[in-house]
Design a protein around this ligand. Structure first.
Ligand code: HEC
Length: 208
């Protein structure tokens, strides 16, 4: 009797381990393997060191004394050089400056007629093209195709506090692929050097 009770207990124990414990450990191991060490933060991220790792493809100066340097990451620059549509994972950056003024209030220019950079604008604007954006990656319900937008503090790279809604709305009227500087990008692709562009309109309106 005693031996058979012990044997029953042993069978129960083996059954418990086989049916509950082993699958539980396997499930836990599988779930920890599926979780990445650092989960991706939603939305467009500040492109660290873009001045060194991206390509300056254009500088735009406007009659209101603004200067904007436009950068694109290597994958986008290669597409521009090959005259291809910008692929997913293209990142573009705008960095703005206010032109220095002469004593009479006119803008200081160098020998080429280019403005001279003064104070930087407080933010850096970024667009990123991806086909795998999730709904929670967007801070706006508006969409510009596969592009998402971000704004970052010029000095620290932290999120800059401004609405990104207008980025989508305005870029929706850009001439091609929601990209305003598509003409300069094409010229850059041909010349493989930055295009200095004298825009005739002020503010953020499309250049003529
Ligand atoms: C009222 C229109 C307007 C708004 C709003 C706007 N942009 Fe733009 N953006 C432009 C124009 C025009 C250009 C081309 C550069 C130039 O002429 O200044 C441009 C260029 C860019 C570029 C370079 C690539 C390209 O599309 O040419 C990026 C990146 C960019 N904007 C990001 C942003 C972000 C981020 C926001 C929102 C925080 C934003 N923009 C809001 C008009 C706008």
């Amino acid at each position: 009797m005693i031996t058979s009770a012990l044997a029953n207990r042993r069978t129960l124990l083996i059954g418990f381990v086989a049916l509950i414990v082993v699958p539980l450990i396997a499930a836990l191991a599988a779930s920890s393997a599926a979780t990445p060490a650092t989960p991706r933060l939603p939305g467009v991220q500040y492109p660290q060191n873009y001045r060194d790792t991206f390509v300056l493809y254009s500088t735009v100066q406007r009659p209101d004394g603004t200067i904007r340097d436009l950068y694109i990451n290597p994958v986008g620059a290669d597409a521009a050089r090959a005259n291809r549509v910008l692929p997913a994972s293209t990142v573009m950056v705008v960095e703005g400056y206010y032109a220095l003024k002469n004593a009479d209030g006119s803008y200081l220019t160098d020998a080429d007629g280019h403005y001279v950079k003064g104070d930087p604008m407080p933010f850096v604007h970024v667009r990123e093209k991806r086909t795998d954006w999730q709904v929670e990656d967007f801070t706006s319900t508006a969409r510009s195709g596969a592009w998402n937008f971000g704004s970052f503090d010029m000095k620290s790279g932290a999120d800059y506090d401004e609405s990104l809604n207008i980025c989508f709305l305005c870029h929706n009227t850009a001439p091609q692929d929601f990209t305003y500087s598509i003409g300069q990008l094409r010229d850059f692709g041909r010349a493989d050097e930055p295009i200095y562009f004298f825009c005739r309109t002020t503010g953020r309106t499309a250049c003529e």
